[in-house]
Design a protein around this ligand. Structure first.
Ligand code: SF4
Length: 499
């Protein structure tokens, strides 16, 4: 499984459950690739999987799974009533594969069989059906085999999130401004972020195009009478550009939109080495009331390993500077499972961050996608102390009055763990909730941004801006044409016909 061209053969017989079967296999082999076929002779070599669904008798269907690892095959099977629906058959076939793999590898995924579904969304759905916590826990345990501590976390997060969901105004929209530049690329990064060294020449044109898009979007919002609810500057690292460029962009936002109804205005300052007093003052002057300072770890050696140019102390100083400038809503991001980070070092970082008393702390778990440098370097994600780090973070954050309020999981995350946003009461980020809940339209501007249009009937469509700055600049007029659909959606949301 170490050869990067190797694909484990997976044979599907009598079914087309490719997506779910692959997601189940990824719980155990997060960075592996698979080659799917419906020909049993492809099940060859040391490792393969055969997942079969067939008629057993007139009233029964048979599900069987063979999993072979290192030349040692194991088979399991069950029968279900013939009228079982497709989802049940798919889920139960994956359960067979899951149990064989768990026995063979000794891995017990903390979120059990739950793949492709957001745990908190599922819990909220059950709460809204009127079920109490015990019933919810029973259903989630039986169906997905989630570990008790993760279930507790999902339920607590859902309970804290519910009152915030009630505050969503689905006729209003949020604005996302993308500044996809960073001083250097972190080794775990899989985003489309461009180093400032290579992007600096493009900056004047980028800022000009971004401002044109902001103005165009502002006109669309104004003419349809739409309200802007939250604003989020993300990236990349928005503070990697100069204070002057930041001022130009934020001034353009201020001029293009009516900000009177904005309930939250966040700027992800991000990398501490890009934060200066001048930039913080610009951010404050133009009305942003929430920023993020994201050290990921305060351990200098680990920071070097992940490709950061700043020290832990720089991160603390950037945080203190933000306080001095007057920010009273600061988030900090940390990552559990960074290469070479020990449990002790992670705990020290978290303790120190809690000591700074930010209003919110987000604990991510390291995710390594194919586009990350760590992946191409063959970094092995197994046997990291990430699970213990995450456990420590849940305990100490809750003890210190940080409540979990949003959570998401990603593929290729170390030990199948999760990302959780914690906040002191009253400092939960609305934008973070809206983006998860997918009930509010988000207008994205800038290179690599995407616009999510949520229609009143629940239909969602997305418009993706060009990924690379030079493409974004050169093909800008094409982009504006694509955005006509956004105007159409805003007209429907606001009931206006003027645009
Ligand atoms: S700061 Fe974030 S976006 Fe920038 S390189 Fe690092 S991980 Fe990627």
């Amino acid at each position: 499984m170490n050869d990067s061209n190797y694909r484990m053969p997976v044979v599907l017989l009598g079914n087309s459950f490719k997506y779910e079967v692959e997601a189940t296999l990824k719980l155990f082999f997060s960075t592996s690739r698979f080659s799917f076929s419906d020909n049993v002779s492809d099940a060859q070599g040391e490792s393969y999987v055969i997942a079969e669904m067939s008629a057993f008798s007139w009233d029964k269907v048979k599900l069987s799974a063979v999993v072979c690892l290192e030349g040692s095959p194991e088979k399991d099977e069950i029968t279900l009533p013939a009228d079982s629906d497709k989802n049940t058959c798919e889920h139960e076939l994956c359960r067979l594969i899951y149990h064989i793999l768990s026995r063979k590898t000794g891995i017990v995924p903390p979120w059990g069989l739950m793949t492709g579904i957001r745990p908190v969304k599922k819990v909220i759905e059950l709460i809204r059906q009127g079920l109490d916590r015990d019933e919810i826990q029973r259903i989630m345990t039986e169906k997905y085999e989630i570990s008790p501590d993760k279930l507790e976390l999902a339920c607590a997060t859902a309970e804290n999130q519910l009152p915030l969901l009630d505050r969503i105004d689905t006729s209003a929209v949020s604005l996302y401004v993308s500044i996809p530049f960073c001083p250097t690329r972190c080794s775990y990064c899989s985003f489309v972020s461009h180093s400032m060294d290579s992007a600096i020449k493009l900056m004047p044109e980028y800022v000009a195009s971004l401002c044109r898009e902001i103005e165009y979007t502002g006109e669309m919002v104004r003419e349809t009478g739409t309200k802007i609810d939250t604003i989020y500057f993300g990236g990349g690292t928005p503070t990697s550009i100069s204070a002057e460029d930041l001022r130009t962009i934020m001034e353009c936002v201020q001029r293009s939109f009516d900000l009177d109804n904005v309930r939250e205005y966040s700027v992800e300052a991000g990398r501490p080495d890009t934060i200066t007093e001048e930039k913080l003052k610009v951010i404050k002057e133009y009305g942003a009331d929430r920023i993020s300072v994201n050290p990921q770890t305060l351990n200098d050696d680990v920071l070097k390993v992940i490709g950061r140019r700043h020290s832990g102390e720089d991160a603390v100083k950037a945080f203190e500077l933000a306080r001095k400038v007057g920010f009273n809503n600061i988030n900090t991001d940390l990552i559990a499972g960074l290469p070479t980070e020990s449990l002790e070092s992670f705990c020290n970082t978290l303790d120190r961050i809690i000591g700074l008393s930010p209003e919110s702390i987000t604990v991510h778990t390291l995710t390594i996608k194919r586009s990350a440098t760590l992946f191409s370097e063959g970094y092995n994600v197994d046997h990291e102390p990430a699970a213990d780090m995450v456990r420590y973070s849940v305990d100490s954050l809750m003890k210190n009055d940080y409540l979990p309020y949003y959570m998401y999981r990603q593929k290729n995350t170390v030990d199948n763990l999760e990302n959780v946003g914690y906040a002191k009461k009253g400092f939960e980020s609305l934008y973070n909730i809206f983006i998860m809940d997918e009930t509010q339209t988000i207008l994205g501007v800038g290179c690599a941004a995407s616009t999510k249009l949520v229609y009143p009937n629940g239909k969602i469509t997305r418009i993706h801006n060009h990924k690379y700055p030079y493409e974004y600049i050169r093909r800008f007029d094409e982009l504006l044409t694509k955005k006509n659909e956004a105007a159409e959606c805003l007209r429907i949301l606001s009931g206006s016909n003027n645009f």
